[in-house]
Design a protein around this ligand. Sequence first.
Ligand code: CAA
Length: 381
Amino acid sequence: MNLHFTDEQEMMRKMVRDFAQKEVAPAVERMEAEDRFPSEIVQKMGELGLMGIPIPEAYGGSEMDFTSYIIAIHEISKVSAALGVILSVHTSVGTNPILYFGTEEQKQKYIPRLASGEFLGAFALTEPSAGSDAGSLKTRAEKKGDNYVLNGSKVFITNGGHADTFIVFARTNPDEKSSRGVSAFIVEKDTPGLVVGKSEKKMGLHGSSTVPLNFDNCEVPVSQLLGEEGEGFKIAMANLDVGRIGIAAQSLGIAEASLEHAVAYAKEREQFGKPISQLQGVAFKLADMATEVEASKLLTYNAASLRGAGIKCGKEASMAKLFASKTAVKAAIEAVQVHGGYGYTEDYAVERFFRDAKVCEIYEGTSEIQRMVISKQLLND
Ligand code: CAA
């Protein structure tokens, strides 16, 4: 596969690159130091149309192709991986489930506000005892008259502390122990009984919000059911297929930034009377990093182009996420190594890349789960 981007896609890349340099880069230090959610940047992203890139104009989106959306996550993540995941989760799993499975009324009510950035979206699947085994979730949604009453708890909800809407997965049929008993709901942040917990203190991705949620007799009208009763798990899985391409793009951004910082430093830092880039031990490291970044790029944009063409791409999305996240971790480690002692200080961005990269191998399905998805399709297709 050769990567050729259209003029429109290149324009998106340039626009996001400029935005990331002018607006995001100056905010990173404060996001790091204060672990503060960058509300003002998210608002500006909304004004630029970045919070609804692949959403149809009819619902207030920018109606650009899926690859343009992936370009935006890739470019933003090169500067701030925290902002990259805010955008990815908001769009892929916070907005898309309503677009693809919502009623017309639900779409009209929520999508324009999500696509404009007025609302921030989140996705609440994971529970304290249901992470990789998402189908075993216990949160209960009991139908009582015109409402469903939700009880249970969720953890690690990205965007959760600032989200306006949550796509919540809960068990409507307690007799059905498998994932077939799960349904999806759109829950608004101010719904009585929904308690948003305190933000987790994470190793990296400072500025992105990760919270637990508690549902304590939280009543949502039946009109908030997304899709059919019992269809929830499939909604989660189908949207995670798409979400994983976003996380691959975020990983790619971290990996590429690590490479660029390592190359620049290696050319400038002198030891043994010459730039360290002229030492084979360093040059070969850079060559390996560049090769793996290129492979991640091909896998990520391949999955994006399949998705854009409406072709089933769960396996390719998992391959892209698996490889790109591994590359991000490895490239960040190597970038720190090239920087030597300086790379271990907060004065150099590679230290942040190192901390930000790890979670890409964990969320939206661990690397082990990606291997399960890939091998299952490989052996069953
Ligand atoms: N699309 C549509 N339907 C799908 C599907 C897909 N990609 N994958 C599975 N399904 C359907 C199956 O067809 C099956 O349907 P039937 O019951 O009708 O046969 C049903 O779902 C169950 O499928 P499986 O038996 O394969 O499910 P499983 O229980 O073995 O689990 C799994 C599969 C892949 C391990 C899944 O549990 C999984 O993806 N786990 C990881 C969870 C995850 O990614 N969590 C991320 C949380 S969100 C997040 O991280 C966001 C963030 O913060 C950045």
